[in-house]
Design a protein around this ligand. Structure first.
Ligand code: DI6
Ligand code: FE
Length: 409
């Protein structure tokens, strides 16, 4: 019997991202059934009858085909923007000074609390579309601009709706522990209790794929995060952490101790923490957009991560304060130029390792039989080009679960 394909792509240079490198197969073909990859091999092996029985047939003419990119760290649901803070920073004010005078995260909290669910969706969906237009098919989206149950819930519902309406995979992280809610003034311990109390209701509504926290002198201490993580783990929720971005808070070690999926930022992470991450399999998520926008000068310890065998992912960190960056591909470029990753490392960081950071490695991030048919056909011939071009529209056609996405103009 001749199999019927949802999609058949022939004549592509396929970077499967399998094994340790790019897994390039020249002049290759890929066949999709019911949203999954069912066959990959040489174009010469494609039976003519397969072509006749394909709902969609694409002759790639040597173009590059990769897994859909995975943006494993974003805060893209929020209302308003903070361009005025960007201007103030250019005039010399620091992120911490702006935060201390009512700006920063708290500013976005005010704007987001005031927005209806529909307004929040409309403000946010265009940012998701921008990511997709540049080759992303899976997006992690955090809450954290509500800091009270109703708005945190609204953010997470909007994140789910973005995934449903755009037809892509969205994974949510509950970031109630982003900063202390204004109602709690300086009593951050009491606020952590309030965050812990939000876990069960939001998890019961199916709104939490992982629990995140912001470990920083501006935010929460290791003992406070330990309390949060203990409560989250008791509910069976996976963990991740904003760790050691602006100072060494022993975040890497804390994340590893709780077998967190990822520890993110890590500019100031220490060696013991990195070694613990390697042992625990906790992925290091690198966020060069925030490093760039804040004009930070200490890059994360990439050489130590390599030496210790810590897996590195790269993400956009889309957020209104420190990383108004709407292209994962640009984040990959920055990871190369600013942090010294090779294009191969950066691309693995936006595919395989990003999938691991989301607990999705069995389904996404590589092209092999049985994996989701999340695919990008690029206006490029080699994988390194995806990290090399700065800007532009390189993604020619994007597929999520075998279905072609209508890309934003
Ligand atoms: N992720 C965050 O959560 C904070 N920095 C970062 O990289 C700040 C977000 C904000 O200023 O709104
Ligand atoms: Fe972040």
């Amino acid at each position: 019997m001749i199999p019927r394909s949802q999609l058949l792509i022939v004549g592509a240079r396929i970077a499967t991202m399998a094994d340790a490198g790019l897994g390039v197969i020249e002049d290759a073909a890929l066949r999709v059934e019911a949203g999954k990859i069912v066959w990959i091999g040489a174009s010469s092996k494609v039976d003519d009858r397969w072509r006749a029985h394909a709902d969609q047939l694409i002759e790639a003419d040597g173009a590059l085909l990769t897994p859909g990119l995975i943006d494993c760290h974003t805060h893209l649901v929020f209302a308003g923007h903070r361009a005025d803070e960007f201007e103030a920073r250019l005039l010399g004010q620091s992120y911490a000074q702006i935060a201390a005078t009512g700006g920063g995260i708290k500013r976005s909290v005010r704007d987001t609390r005031a927005a209806s669910e529909q307004a929040l969706y409309e403000a946010s969906v265009g940012r998701a579309r921008a990511l997709l237009a540049d080759g992303v098919t899976t997006i992690e989206i955090k809450s954290g601009y509500g800091l009270e149950l109703a708005t945190e819930r609204r953010m997470l519902r909007v994140a789910r709706r973005i995934g449903a309406e755009l037809g892509v995979c969205v994974r949510t992280s509950f970031l109630g522990a982003h900063t202390t809610a204004p109602e709690f003034a300086a009593d951050s311990d009491a606020y952590i209790d309030a965050v812990i109390a939000m876990l069960a209701p939001l998890a019961d509504e199916g709104l939490i794929d992982a629990v995140d926290g912001y470990g920083e002198h501006l935010a929460f201490s290791p003992p406070q995060l330990t309390r949060l993580f203990t409560a989250a783990r008791a509910l069976g929720l996976p963990l991740r952490l904003h760790a050691d971005q602006l100072s060494d808070q022993y975040g890497a070690a804390l994340a590893a101790r709780f077998d967190a999926l990822s520890a993110d930022h890590l500019e100031y992470a220490n060696d013991e923490g990195l070694a613990a991450m390697a042992r625990a399999g906790t992925v290091a998520v690198l966020l060069p957009g925030a490093y760039y926008a804040l004009k930070e000068t200490q890059p994360p310890p990439i050489a130590r991560m390599r030496a210790l065998g810590v897996r590195m992912a790269v993400a956009s960190d889309v957020n209104p304060g420190t990383s108004p960056l709407l292209s994962l591909r640009l984040a990959l470029n920055m990871a190369c130029v600013l942090f010294g990753l090779s294009p191969t490392e950066a691309l693995r960081g936006g595919t395989v390792h990003a999938a691991q950071a989301l607990g999705l490695a069995a389904r996404k991030g590589q092209l092999s039989v049985g994996m989701d048919a999340d695919l990008v056909l690029w206006r490029a011939q080699t994988p390194a080009e995806l990290c090399y071009w700065i800007g532009g529209t390189l993604a020619a056609r994007v597929f999520a679960g075998g279905r072609e996405l209508q890309l934003a103009a």
